[in-house]
Write a protein that binds this ligand. Sequence first.
Ligand SMILES: Cc1cc2nc3c(=O)[nH]c(=O)nc-3n(C[C@H](O)[C@H](O)[C@H](O)COP(=O)(O)OP(=O)(O)OC[C@H]3O[C@@H](n4cnc5c(N)ncnc54)[C@H](O)[C@@H]3O)c2cc1C
Length: 412
Amino acid sequence: MVQTAEIAVIGAGVIGLSIAHCLATEGREVVVIDPAPPGSGASYGNAGTIADYAIQPVGSPDVLRSLPSLLFDRNSPLSIRQAALPSLAPWLVRFARQSLPGAARRNAVAIAGLMAGALPGWEELAAKIGGEGLMQRKGCLYLYETRAGAEAARNDLAFRRDLGVSVEMLDEAETAAMEPGLPVLQGGAAYFPKAVFMSDPGQMMGLLAKAAFAGGVGHIVAKVDRLERQVSGVSLTGTGLNLTARRVIIAAGAHSKDLARQAGDRVPLDTERGYHVEWDMEAPRLTRPCCPTSRGFYFCPMQGRLRVAGTVELGGLTAPPARHRIEKLIEGARAFFPDLGQPDRDWMGFRPSMPDSLPVIGPSRGGAEIIHAYGHGHVGLTLAPVTAGMVADLVAGRAPQAAIEACLPTRF
Ligand SMILES: Cc1cc2nc3c(=O)[nH]c(=O)nc-3n(C[C@H](O)[C@H](O)[C@H](O)COP(=O)(O)OP(=O)(O)OC[C@H]3O[C@@H](n4cnc5c(N)ncnc54)[C@H](O)[C@@H]3O)c2cc1C
């Protein structure tokens, strides 16, 4: 039997759920389709920072200069699986182009534009879904283990300030006063006072899903294998799934590329695999997220546990997690807290990543009955409410509140 829906959202990660919730509050009939439990992908295992200060794209002139050494050192914060190199080559070429000074600056300005609504968007959403208690308002620290490291960061921080980010430099003593659990850091820290931390992204996803379903959003547990435009609407099929919707939103995170291709849009989406390890403990040693920037991960004081999350591994969607990447995270954590034993759990997730670090949001080339909403890379949690607002504007035929040009699927 063919089911019907006004709007079908493919993917129940933070992006799909936020969109579904937002559309339902505007009175739309929405169904979310996902084979996995809601919010159990990248949206579960991230670092929990509502990182409106993270306006720098991954690709920058500095990264471009060090790319060859970074890519071929399997222990560096940004690494590549050798076996994935041939399939990654086209993405890497685009990434290198987007890392040139002019493009990197343009991308940062566009990301900053999207970030402007991130925090107000989360404040509003968290209040609506009962997630207030998970929002920690104590800012965030970038840690510098050496004075040279702090010195090298000055230009980057000045650039962020120019684009409206609040940031203060702290010396060794000020950093120790703010986070007494840390070892002495010669380079001090950069403090982003307005940053908000979600102390349990998994729990927040649960609340978001609950609120969406309570608000009338339908839920189908199935994988969309085929997407096809038909006279009656867009048909979505898969095992146990046969649904026709007037509109479809593709929000399948890192898995969206093939669905986009079926919609007629070729987008250079790939994945940056990220990892976390967790130690259960009542008081997780820190009061706010802290990122030793040269190591590419965050210490995240989650509820009842210390999560150490981050690093980038370009390696595709199918290879199993790399044990040496997990060991590297553990080693990095012990450089700060030598008494940490074996972690209680580890995890790998797929960031949906575009070469210019900008998400894909906008109507399909073939018609606005299909809308794209994925590719948020390192800041998908942060940008979920902004993205939901933009998609709701497109569905309603309103001009999107945030500038959409830099995000359109047709930009490549
Ligand atoms: C280690 C790490 C740390 C991070 N830290 C932060 C942070 O601090 N702040 C921040 O803002 N962001 C962070 N991120 C990024 C953020 O987690 C992601 O950008 C975001 O979760 C992407 O959300 P999504 O909904 O697009 O994807 P996902 O959460 O991956 O959801 C996609 C969903 O689509 C479903 N799906 C896939 N294919 C199909 C199909 N064919 N049919 C139906 N459903 C399908 C999947 O099952 C999945 O549930 C981090 C990421 C990682 C890995």
